[in-house]
Design a protein around this ligand. Structure first.
Ligand code: ZN
Ligand code: ZN
Length: 579
């Protein structure tokens, strides 16, 4: 059985060969297999068009049917440099130069085409199914991902062993496009970004703002219920604070430049942690004060390359649903259990029933590279594993993947299209309590270091909103829908009754609007459906007379006439907050 990555990488080579036949002036960069297919980067003066992709595909089928052998050669470094140099393949020359001296250089050749490549590959081009690959799109890319370097054109494609697998995949891509939060964000008028504001900075429109407020209110309610306190902290702080916290040493590249206030440098916060730590230190703490669970919807700013920005998912300013827990060793287990419980509860409340967990641990062979006391690391890791095991969670252990300051759990949400989204993280910290010398007085009268855990249960409001839009395809559950019901009078005579219905819905705590425009009822229904309004209530002469509404549900369709009271009872029950 051929490995799919190898197969796709061979298809990428066939694509590069086909492209260089059609565009001999194209220079080749790199072309790896990726999670769902492959790409190849080309340096080509003329912009590639959709019809070029069709022509490249046709040429690829010729290469496949020619059944060329794919042959690996080991070559000397000098020989490789000379060969790619003569061919004008400057990117390949740069790649060879960057290989560690002494490392074998290998090439793969099929017909007239040779590529610098570590392999492995199929043994013949004829092993590729000519009916089961597709070139999907062209995008700009920088050589080596560096915006100061050359701009390249990246052709994305995908390939499978069989045609039905390709068809399923293409249908899924279409569905993903329909659910794209950037498109739905615009169609449903939830949010926007503007060049005049700057890339990666989100404007939340009234409807998106309302959804966000509902998420935040729910989040606050749940935190207060679980013994958290809500805190607030400023957006900027003196550079000295970020020096003490270590951010200026290990996080500087993600931080924006300083602003001068009264001759002192201030920096915009990339994280909320130092503020909560200073609150901890604002008074002396006793073992009786712990645990402290301090939560903040803290807006932070982090630099992201412009090429990496993506809708709500990768932004430059975002609000973390952050919290820090300070506790004693004997409280560790209960605290972490509480966090995992909260994280899972939150995900399920928003309709994410499936998730994956990863536990990042230290590398026991190299404990010298980690901050803090190795005994505390062992204890933290033991507790994390014990809790996950006890809960029966399915999780992947990643030894050596922990950050230098502590082990962590990452939870990935799995959406309706089986895609993973970064969600909650629970991160130990053995570094900041040392740097800020956090202590509490124990029952033995001595000063002890508290355990500190950073955690988010949604991630950020922006990213979570993006995943929520795509997971539900914009059709938010009733409790989150910005407009829960739309009342549609059939004609002018019914407007007063429609307003009366809306008033009663409002009094029952439901968010409703009347569409009183002088339009055909069919048009108004279609419009409300496009807006993904959960309930459409049609109000004509008959309904006005009988005190009923004709109910249509956005996915269940026509539910027939209901008395207004019956509808109110059912809808308010459905709109109740989870938990
Ligand atoms: Zn290759
Ligand atoms: Zn933190």
């Amino acid at each position: 059985m051929v490995e799919l990555r190898t197969y796709r990488h061979s298809v990428a080579h066939v694509m590069a060969q086909a492209a260089t036949r059609l565009f001999p002036e194209a220079r080749l960069a790199i072309g790896p297999a990726i999670a769902e297919g492959f790409y190849y980067d080309f340096d080509l003066a003329r912009a590639l068009l959709p019809e070029d992709l069709a022509a490249i595909e046709t040429e690829m089928r010729k290469i496949v049917s020619a059944d060329l052998p794919i042959v690996r050669h080991e070559v000397g470094r000098e020989e490789a440099l000379a060969r790619f140099g003569e061919a004008g393949e400057k990117y390949k020359v740069e790649l060879v130069r960057d290989l560690p001296p002494g490392e074998a250089v290998s090439t793969y050749t099929q017909g007239e085409f040779t590529d610098l490549c570590a392999g492995p590959h199929l043994s013949r081009t004829g092993e590729i199914n000519p009916e089961a690959f597709k070139l999907l799109s062209v995008a700009g890319a920088y050589w080596r991902g560096d915006e100061k370097r050359e701009t390249l054109q990246r052709i994305y494609g995908t390939a499978f062993l069989t045609r039905p697998e390709l068809d399923v995949h293409l249908e899924r891509l279409e569905e993903a496009k329909r659910r794209d939060h950037r498109r739905l964000g615009k169609d449903l008028d939830l949010f926007s970004t503007s060049d005049e504001v700057g890339a990666g900075l989100v404007l939340w429109h009234p409807k998106g703002g309302l959804v966000r407020m509902l998420i935040e209110d729910f989040w606050r309610r749940e935190h207060l219920r679980r013994g958290y306190d809500i805190v607030f902290s400023p957006h900027i702080a003196k550079a000295d604070l970020w020096q003490t916290s270590g951010h200026l040493q290990w996080y500087k590249d993600s931080m924006y430049s300083a602003m001068d206030i009264d001759g002192i440098d201030y920096l915009v916060k990339p994280m909320n942690c130092p503020f909560h730590i200073l609150m901890y230190r604002s008074t002396s703490r006793s073992y009786r004060d712990l645990p402290l669970r301090w939560a903040e919807l803290g807006t932070v700013y982090r630099y992201e390359r412009s090429g990496a920005l993506h809708g709500l998912l990768r932004v430059r300013g975002f609000t973390q649903d952050d919290a820090h827990i300070f506790c004693r060793p004997d409280q560790l287990e209960a605290e972490l259990e509480g966090v995992i419980d909260l994280a899972v509860f939150m995900l399920k409340s928003f309709g994410f029933d499936r998730y994956e967990m990863e536990l990042s641990l230290s590398d026991p062979e190299r404990m010298e590279k980690y901050a803090g006391d190795p005994a505390r690391w062992r204890e933290a890791e033991r507790v994390l594993e014990a809790i996950l095991d006890r809960r029966g969670e399915d999780y992947v252990k990643a030894p050596g993947e922990a950050a230098f300051y502590g082990p962590k759990i990452d939870i990935k949400l799995i959406d309706a299209l089986d895609r993973g989204w970064q969600g909650p993280t629970i991160q130990f910290d053995f570094n900041l309590p040392e740097r800020f010398d956090l202590t509490y007085k124990g029952d033995d009268g001595l000063e002890h270091r508290p355990y500190m855990v950073h955690r988010t249960v949604l991630g950020s409001m922006e990213r979570f909103m993006g995943s929520l839009i795509e997971h539900h395809a914009g059709a938010f559950p009733l409790w989150l829908a910005p407009v829960q019901a739309k009342v549609l009078p059939i004609n002018e005579r019914n407007v007063a009754y429609a307003e009366e219905v809306r008033g009663k819905l409002g009094a029952a705590g439901l968010r409703a609007e009347v569409d009183a425009r002088n339009e055909k009822i069919g048009y108004k229904i279609r419009q409300a459906q496009l807006e993904k309004v959960p309930y459409i209530l049609v109000a004509g002469d008959r309904e006005a007379e009988a005190g009923t509404v004709a109910v249509r549900h956005r996915s269940q369709g026509d539910l027939g006439p209901r008395s207004l009271d019956d509808f109110l009872v059912a809808a308010t029950a459905e709109a109740t907050l989870p938990g």
